[in-house]
Every structure is written in structure tokens, then in C-alpha cells.
Write a protein that binds this ligand. Structure first.
Ligand SMILES: NCc1[nH]cc(CCC(=O)O)c1CC(=O)O
Length: 307
């Protein structure tokens, strides 16, 4: 893929691998809708983290799949919860050589599958959820996470978690803010990956795809609250937003090539309709060219091997 006049280049260090770790399994479990991606045991996750180091990746983003869920998502801030145990294991193994990120959101841990706790009417309670995010962020910081990925889309989440971290001496823990997270059909395979219990959708707290100006308002808000890295997600269908946010952001911009973007390429390639590696690299170059300095992608290891 190298060209003499190429202005856009991909480097393994630009890539971050999202990974799933599931409680209570003895062997890694395949994810039907994401061929090539598995739910890891702690042991296989640590092995994967070593592969990320060897490949020169920039980082790893951990998602936990707990055995038990409840309305409050109490596994999220339990130091013995699967995500916090896994974070400690990865940080102990490779934390000096790989940036370790954790998903900070309740949806994997709640029985109803929403990103926050619910009020009496069954709606997501924004401000009550902020308290839960602060507790979850502190648990992740105590577990050694370097970067917290605030993906829940509650208003005020960045400022609230930042204040909680600073109050406990975690000034150096970085906040990656999901600034523009559009509601999307492409999250489908992820719901299987995390055994989501969600009924309905997240339209009340994720963004409406036809709305382009909200992304810049969210950017200003997240920066004012102390975001260190800004994320746009999904990446492929929203490259104009990646570009607009990158042009306006004084801090690094990341983009997330999500589960459905991955699975579409795999499925078409499996049918022999497209060349998997070529389309994979083309999709990543497009995201990079739009202005993302970091790309979260399930292709991270495969792409790094070709760069
Ligand atoms: N914890 C929320 C979260 N963080 C990342 C993803 C999706 C990532 C993907 O589809 O690959 C989701 C799920 C959602 O918003 O429905």
C-alpha cells in the first residue's frame, strides 16, 4: 500500500484493538456475527494483549461480559467484576508497553441493557447514572487502566468522571470521550458479543444521524469538561463528522470502526465478492484521511500485519 506521494499513512501505533472478556468460561467463545473475533478468557486475553505489543499497536480497549447482571450494573464498579479483574491482569502483563483502555458504560452490566440506570418510569436517569459512572471510573483507575472510554452518552459524564478521578489522585488517567456517537444499525453484532439484554434502542441518548451540528456542540461541551481524546462513532458512515471534529478539535481525535462495519467486510469477503485485506485497508485509510489520529478497529492485528 506504500506510495511515493502518499500523504496519508497508517501505522500500527494508530490502531487500537477492542476486545471482549467474558466471565465464567474455560475456553474463548466465538461470536457468530463477528467471525474472527472471540469472547476471551482472562488467560486468552492476556495472550492477545501480548500479540498487540508484538504488533506495535497503540492500545487495547477492554469490554467485559459478566455472568450476572442487575438493574444498577453493580458488576461494573465491583473490584472483582470481570472488567476490573481483566484490566488488572492486562496491566500487570503489558501495562508498560501497551496503552490499556476500558469501556466505561453500564450496558454490559445492566439487566435491562441500557447504558444507565432507569427512573421509576423506566427512562434512563441521566444524573443518577453519572454517580454510577464515577464509581465505575474509579474502579477502573484503581485496576490500573490508562484511558477510560466514556461511551454511555450521558450529559455531563466527562466532567463528572474527571472530578471523581482528580479527587482521588488519578489526574494522570486519560478520558477518551465518545463525543459523537450516532444511533446505528451497525451496533448489531456487538450486542451478541456482549450478550446484551437490551430491548429497544438507545435513541434517547445517542445522536440522530441526520443531525450534523450536534457533534460540534458536543465537542465544545466535552472539551470544556476536560476530555483528553475525542471519539466519533461509527466511523465509516460518518466520515464527514470525523473531518469536522478533527478540524475543530485541539485534542486528538479517535474514530471507532464498529462491529457492523467489521462484519460487513468479512461477510462480503467470505462470499468472494470483495478482497478482504484490500477493503480492510481501504476502510482504515479512509478513516485516517478524514482526520482520525487513532482508530479502534477489530482489524487492528490483521491490518498491522500488512503495514
Ligand atoms: N458500551 C456501549 C458501547 N461501546 C461500544 C459499543 C459498540 C461497539 C461496536 O459495535 O463495535 C457500544 C454499544 C452500543 O452503543 O450499543
Amino acid at each position: 500500500m506504500r506510495r511515493l506521494v502518499a500523504q496519508t499513512r497508517l501505522h500500527p501505533a494508530d490502531l487500537i484493538l477492542p476486545v471482549f472478556v467474558r466471565e465464567g468460561i474455560d475456553e474463548p467463545q466465538p461470536i457468530g456475527a463477528m467471525p474472527g473475533v472471540v469472547q476471551h478468557t482472562i488467560e486468552s486475553l492476556v495472550a492477545e494483549a501480548h500479540r498487540c505489543v508484538d504488533a506495535g499497536l497503540g492500545g487495547i480497549m477492554l469490554f467485559g461480559v459478566p455472568l450476572a447482571k442487575d438493574a444498577e450494573g453493580s458488576g461494573a464498579d465491583d473490584p472483582e467484576g470481570i472488567l476490573n479483574v481483566a484490566t488488572r491482569a492486562v496491566v500487570d502483563a503489558v501495562g508498560d508497553r501497551l496503552v490499556v483502555m476500558t469501556d466505561l458504560c453500564l450496558d454490559e452490566f445492566t439487566s435491562h441493557g441500557h447504558c444507565g440506570v432507569l427512573d421509576a418510569a423506566g427512562r434512563v436517569d441521566n444524573d443518577a447514572t453519572l454517580q454510577r459512572y464515577a464509581a465505575m471510573g474509579l474502579a477502573q483507575a484503581h485496576a490500573g487502566a490508562h484511558v477510560l472510554g466514556l461511551s454511555g452518552m450521558m450529559d455531563g459524564q466527562v466532567g463528572h468522571v474527571r472530578a471523581a478521578l482528580d479527587a482521588e489522585g488519578f489526574q494522570d488517567v486519560v478520558i477518551l470521550a465518545y463525543t459523537a456517537k450516532y444511533t446505528s444499525g451497525l451496533y448489531g453484532p456487538f450486542r451478541e458479543a456482549v450478550a446484551s439484554s437490551l430491548v429497544g434502542d438507545r435513541a434517547a441518548y445517542q445522536q440522530d444521524p441526520p443531525n450534523a451540528t450536534e457533534a460540534l456542540r458536543e465537542l465544545a461541551q466535552d472539551l470544556a469538561e476536560g476530555a483528553d481524546i475525542i471519539m466519533v462513532k461509527p466511523a465509516g458512515p460518518h466520515l464527514d463528522i470525523v473531518a469536522a471534529v478533527a478540524a475543530a478539535s485541539p485534542v486528538p481525535v479517535a474514530a471507532y470502526q464498529i462491529s457492523g462495519e467489521y462484519s460487513q467486510i468479512i461477510a462480503a469477503a467470505d462470499r468472494g465478492w470483495i478482497d478482504r485485506d484490500r477493503v480492510m485497508l481501504e476502510s482504515l485509510i479512509g478513516i485516517r484521511r478524514a482526520g482520525a489520529q487513532l482508530i479502534l478497529t477489530y482489524f487492528a492485528l490483521d491490518a498491522a500485519a500488512l503495514l
